[in-house]
Ligand binder design. Structure first.
Ligand SMILES: [Zn+2]
Length: 189
């Protein structure tokens, strides 16, 4: 049905006392608005994708970023996840280190970096735990003034304990962290 036929039909409907078919007009503004919104959603999605570096890392590219050759086989996929290059490139890289007498140091650096990221995780989880543990509890039904007082007392005692425990753990971890960082800095590689 074209536009003219629609008009004719609408007129006929009105003449017959019927309600003419209502049409929804999509204005250009609406379309533009819709397009704008879609673009925003798309941009947001792309931004999120950019942020999720972890996911990005899990994805293995088709080509090795080092030698630009196609990455074939499970070994290369595994190697890429560990070292961001294909198996051949990693073998070459490690051989070069051996020749230059830097291999041991490089291995040690790997170990130290792993330790460092483990310590950082631990520190973060203790900090989170401390924040969670000292959050005030809501008292829903207080039986009497005495009860509330008791609860408050008990709680402030816990908070103190939580802070001390967290402080001790964090001090210990930060000390180890410093030591690891020092070792890392002392490596020439
Ligand atoms: Zn390669």
């Amino acid at each position: 049905m074209n536009e003219h036929q629609r008009h004719v039909k609408a007129r006929q409907d009105i003449m017959k006392g019927n309600t003419p078919e209502k049409r929804i007009f999509v204005h250009m503004e609406d379309l533009e608005e819709k397009k704008k919104r879609e673009d925003e959603v798309k941009a947001e999605r792309e931004r999120k994708n950019g942020l999720s570096d972890v996911l990005k890392e899990a994805r293995t590219p088709l080509f090795c970023p080092e030698c630009k050759k196609v990455m074939k086989g499970k070994l290369s996929v595994k190697m890429y996840r560990l070292h961001n290059q294909c198996f051949d490139c990693q073998v070459k890289f490690e051989n070069k280190l051996r020749i230059e007498g830097k291999y041991e140091e490089w291995e040690e650096k790997k170990v130290l970096n792993n330790q460092l990221s483990y310590i950082r995780d631990q520190i973060e989880s203790i900090e989170n735990w401390r924040e969670e543990a000292i959050k005030p509890v809501e008292v829903f039904d207080s039986v009497g003034i005495k009860e509330v007082e008791l609860q408050t007392e008990k709680w402030s005692g816990n908070e103190e304990k939580v802070r001390i425990m967290a402080k001790e753990s964090l001090e210990g971890l930060n000390k180890i962290k410093e030591e690891v960082e020092e070792k890392l800095n002392s490596l020439a590689i």
